[in-house]
Design a protein around this ligand. Structure first.
Ligand SMILES: *Cc1c(COP(=O)(O)O)cnc(C)c1O
Length: 366
């Protein structure tokens, strides 16, 4: 039996008619930039994040970029983040001319270890970007305490964790602002690229809206240098069709995770640790094994999709050589990069498919 890591066709089959109708509406209106669909999805994401403002942008990457630009972070500034994340988190810091300052993870949750942040702070530090990895939020209370103490902005990278909670609070709604990605493999995926920033800071929201449109305000007058990173109305239309299913899909992912947890209990498989303060949305279900590479090979041979998020921490990437980090600087991240493996957890999985995944893993690790 073939079990892919993610099967978007099974999701699409159920909503195809509505998606096509929604795209048709945008085309019929010929409002191809901005317009009512963008406003409507902004209003809805704002509401589910318990935030007052939302700014639709062209990707999760651009959500991070707009946040940094909106907060005026640039040359001479430092921004603290985790080394164990998708590239965009740190790429955006470098792109605005600031210096990424990396911190190691808590090996249980794979999220930034709050107790290591303090010693990374200097006079140049302007912000912290915690990443809510795999669908589980970082420990926001200690992070917000440190940020308040040192007067730092907090940009939540919630690309993998829309609608996830920490102590009952929604991802993206705790920091200065929160960034979502609508990349198709995220829990709320568009039919192409898309992203959004949510915030309770009215001035920041207004500035980001200007930034996504070249810094233009009013038309053909520019007080800042922005870019073209607006959310496409066709993406907004597709997202509006998908949003009502988000909770059901997240529940489906959690149910699949529980199924795996039960089946893996008492075996050699190391299952994900979920902080009791968090409700995860399992963008990924990540197991851990010192024999990861061989296990991965075995699964692939057996037709089971799996992937490594992420095989090399960012402090070891060639493009960040100039930051002068070396191997061994962040041991927990380096170890995780060698041991983590994401297996299929998408909501449409059947019990038969999950059993197939479990059998292949358990038989190999025995
Ligand atoms: C996906 C992702 C991004 C970037 O989002 P895009 O929409 O692909 O640009 C940023 N950070 C994290 C943690 C992500 O998973």
């Amino acid at each position: 039996m073939q079990v892919p890591l993610l099967d978007l066709k099974s999701q699409y089959a159920k909503i195809k008619k509505d998606i096509l109708a929604a795209i048709g509406e945008v085309l019929d209106s010929q409002i191809c930039i901005g317009g009512p669909k963008v406003k409507e999805i902004e209003d809805k994401i704002e509401a589910i994040s318990n935030c007052k403002f939302a700014v639709g942008v062209s990707s999760g990457t651009d959500a991070l970029l707009a946040s940094l630009m909106g907060l005026g972070i640039g040359s001479g500034d430092e921004v603290i983040t985790t080394t164990f994340t998708f590239f965009a988190t740190a790429g955006c810091i470098a792109r605005v001319g600031a210096k990424p300052v990396f911190v190691d993870i808590d090996p249980k949750t794979y999220n930034i270890n709050p107790s290591l942040i303090q010693k990374a702070i200097t006079k140049k530090t302007k912000a912290i970007i915690p990443v809510h990895l795999y669908g589980q939020m970082a420990e926001m209370d200690p992070i917000m305490d440190i940020a308040k103490k040192h007067n730092l902005f907090v940009i939540e990278d919630a690309a993998q964790s829309i609608s996830s909670t920490y102590k009952g609070k929604k991802a993206g709604g705790i920091g200065t602002c929160g960034c979502f990605s609508f990349f198709p493999s995220k829990n709320l995926g568009g039919i192409g690229d898309g992203g959004m920033v949510v915030t309770n800071d009215e001035k920041l929201a207004a500035k980001m809206k200007v930034m996504r449109d070249h810094g233009q305000n009013p038309t053909y007058y520019y007080n800042f240098v922005g870019g073209n990173f607006r959310l496409d109305p066709i993406q907004a239309a597709a997202l509006l069709v998908k949003l009502p299913y988000l909770d059901e899909w997240s529940k489906g992912r959690r149910k699949n995770a529980e199924y795996y947890n039960k089946k893996f209990a008492g075996t050699a498989v190391k299952t994900p640790y979920i902080n009791p303060d968090c409700e995860t949305v399992y963008n990924q279900y990540v197991i851990r094994s010192p024999q990861r590479d061989k296990l991965m090979e075995h699964l692939k041979q057996n037709g089971i999709g799996c992937a490594i998020y992420y095989p090399m921490p960012l402090h070891m990437q060639k493009c960040f050589e100039y930051l002068s980090y070396t191997k061994g600087d962040f041991p927990e991240s380096e170890k995780a990069a060698n041991e983590v493996l994401a297996i299929p957890v998408y909501p449409e999985l059947t019990d038969e498919m999950k059993d197939c995944v479990v059998d292949a893993i358990v038989s190999f690790l025995k």
